[in-house]
Design a protein around this ligand. Structure first.
Ligand code: SF4
Length: 252
């Protein structure tokens, strides 16, 4: 797959004047489908104690989504809760906002209620939206979806490169952004490499992970090829520790 130049994407008539953006769910109070204390299972904060807040609602539909209960309205309607601020332990210095797609919601409002001098707020996002007003307030664990994610919505193809270009520009020289690519097989690599080159993403900000919801998918015999790619290309590897420990169990 080849990507056209960023400028031509931004200027393309197919992007102009279209209200393609996802619906924003800001105003709902009951928008949380899960909240729990655990350890961060992926990326730079791997192993850190963290309080997870999972928002219900997503603008994408990935074929291998492991959080469908937070994506399909029919699965979360009537079950959503408010943020239980009082349950966040004062000694927990990491809050992870996940989903679904958290940028559809009022992240700043939640952050402001939980802010302490030492607490860090990470957002797990699919990178299809660039919330300019709040980018400096969070650590962004971006997971741009590849062709192999088998999108069931056209929003993905229409907006993702435009948004990814904004994220990549913002990320330059900053330490609060990482790009996590979920790989279903070696054939994903050419697409990742092209995205990294097209958008000039720094290799130390790129993490590769293996797709899969069972612990066997994370075993060394199944991920060695990803680690080999990291060694060859200068990318980082992230295990999915929660999958290794708990498989597809929820709330852990
Ligand atoms: S972006 Fe994430 S939450 Fe949304 S459908 Fe894809 S995998 Fe699921």
């Amino acid at each position: 797959m080849r990507y056209i130049a960023v400028n031509s994407i931004l200027q393309s008539p197919s992007f102009c004047g279209l209200s393609l953006g996802p619906r924003i769910f800001f105003m709902k109070k009951k928008q949380i489908i899960e909240q729990f204390l655990s350890i961060q299972g992926e990326g730079r904060s791997l192993g850190r104690l963290a309080y997870f807040i999972r928002f219900a609602g997503c603008n994408l539909r990935c074929g291998w989504c492991d959080s469908l209960f937070a994506v399909e309205p029919s699965l979360f309607q009537g079950k959503a809760d408010e943020v239980r601020y009082h349950e966040v332990p004062p000694y927990c210095d990491l809050v992870v906002m996940t989903g679904g797609e958290p940028t559809l919601f009022d992240l700043k409002g939640v952050r402001d209620r939980l802010l302490t001098p030492t607490r860090i707020f990470e957002v797990e996002s699919n990178a299809t939206r660039f919330p300019e007003a709040i980018v400096d307030d969070f650590v962004w664990n971006l997971s741009p979806k590849l062709s192999s994610s088998k999108q069931k919505t056209e929003i993905h193809d229409r907006t993702r490169l435009q948004s990814l270009a904004q994220w990549a520009t913002y990320a330059q020289g900053r330490s609060n952004v990482m790009f996590k690519f979920v790989m279903t097989g070696p054939s994903d690599f050419a697409e990742i490499l092209e995205l990294v080159k097209t958008f000039r993403i720094s290799r130390d900000q790129v993490y590769l992970m293996a797709e899969g919801q069972s612990s066997s998918t994370q075993k060394i015999e199944n991920v060695a090829w990803i680690i080999d790619l990291c060694k060859k290309e200068g990318f980082q590897y992230s295990p999915r520790l929660h999958v290794i420990l708990w498989g597809d169990q929820r709330g852990v």
